[in-house]
Ligand binder design. Structure first.
Ligand code: MEV
Length: 319
């Protein structure tokens, strides 16, 4: 039996602008998707998952990842195997669940087919898979699921991406004060949110570009703040980055109000990933010097919150 896992991710900052060539900082989290492969003699591919529902978007990620891998490696699809997927990453709320599915499925197939576990190739195929699922993804989610850690990501052109794993870890005092707040699954998919921002860009190119330029400056400030363990600056970049995300219409009213509540308690929060405008906006990345105050707030509001480790390992063989 072959076992491969890949992590989910959070966007520190730069989501959406990343699709338009601006940089983003992402971090792998300690919630993983595990794929187990067992060859069978039927010559057929059978897929199982406890969390994913057949006929729903994320189940497609498995089938698409399988066929993109065979296509990329120019192998005939003659093998039969059972593929079991077990993911701890909540689906559809900005934690990169589909990218983690793609990366772990592709990694497991590489081992099954006797290919070298080449992360660059795995990431390339995962990007092709993500394109089929989401339309115009940046490639940031699959790169973080592949390489892990803290990742500086920028797409210069379709075939040139700067993926720079950051050579430092978060200082302990910073790392323990982040809380992920689940506002609930958005009505829109990632692809729909990205398409919405693209439409806005088409209508008001200069105005949108200005926001993206400002977001780029904030991402650069955040980079130094994380490196230098400058808590005040980390908080400021998150607060201002959120304002930019609100301007481009990816934060629904519920999350907007919740973020203001977090701020009135002395913390900061932002949507984390594609967001959602019609109703809920998926996961919020929140920070407070006393994170227990945020956990208490989410309990009062009957929302789930997660305290996660940031900067986990990328795709790896587990067995
Ligand atoms: C989704 O997690 C992040 C977006 O920037 C889309 C992408 O990067 O592909 C909204």
């Amino acid at each position: 039996m072959i076992k491969v896992s890949a992590p989910g991710k959070i966007h520190f900052l730069g989501e959406h602008a990343i699709v338009f060539g601006k940089p983003a900082i992402l971090a792998a989290i300690n919630l993983r998707c595990v794929v187990s492969l067992n060859p069978n003699k039927t010559g057929k591919i059978k897929t199982f998952s406890r969390q994913l529902v057949k006929g729903k978007e994320r189940f497609d990620a498995i089938d698409i990842a399988v066929s993109e891998t065979f296509k990329f490696l120019k192998k005939p699809k003659a093998l039969g195997f059972n593929l079991q997927l077990d993911s701890k990453i909540p689906v559809g709320c900005g934690l990169g669940s589909s990218a983690a599915v793609s990366v772990s499925v592709i990694g497991a197939l590489f081992l099954l087919l006797g290919e070298k576990f080449d992360k660059k190739k795995i990431n390339q195929i995962a990007y092709l898979t993500e394109q089929k699922i989401h339309g115009f993804p940046s490639g940031g989610d699959n790169s973080t699921a592949t390489y892990g850690g803290l990742v500086w990501y920028r797409k210069e052109a379709e075939d040139l991406k700067i993926i720079e794993p950051l050579p430092f870890l978060l200082a302990k005092n910073l790392a323990r004060n982040f809380v992920l707040i689940d506002t609930g699954r958005p009505k829109e998919t990632t692809g729909e949110m990205v398409a919405g921002v693209r439409k806005l860009f088409g209508k008001r190119p200069q105005w949108t570009e200005k926001i993206f330029n400002d977001q780029e400056k904030l991402v650069k400030k955040l980079l130094s703040a994380l490196k230098e363990n400058n808590e005040r600056l980390v908080m400021e970049t998150i607060r201002l980055g959120e304002r930019n995300l609100e301007k481009i219409g990816v934060v629904g009213n519920f999350s907007h109000d919740l973020i203001r509540q977090v701020e009135s308690l002395g913390g900061v929060a932002k949507i984390c990933g594609a967001g959602g405008d019609k109703d809920r906006s998926g996961i919020l990345l929140a920070y407070h010097v006393k994170p227990e105050l945020l956990v208490a707030l989410t309990k009062k509001l009957n929302l789930n919150s997660y305290v996660v480790a940031l900067g986990e390992e990328g795709v790896r063989q587990d067995g």
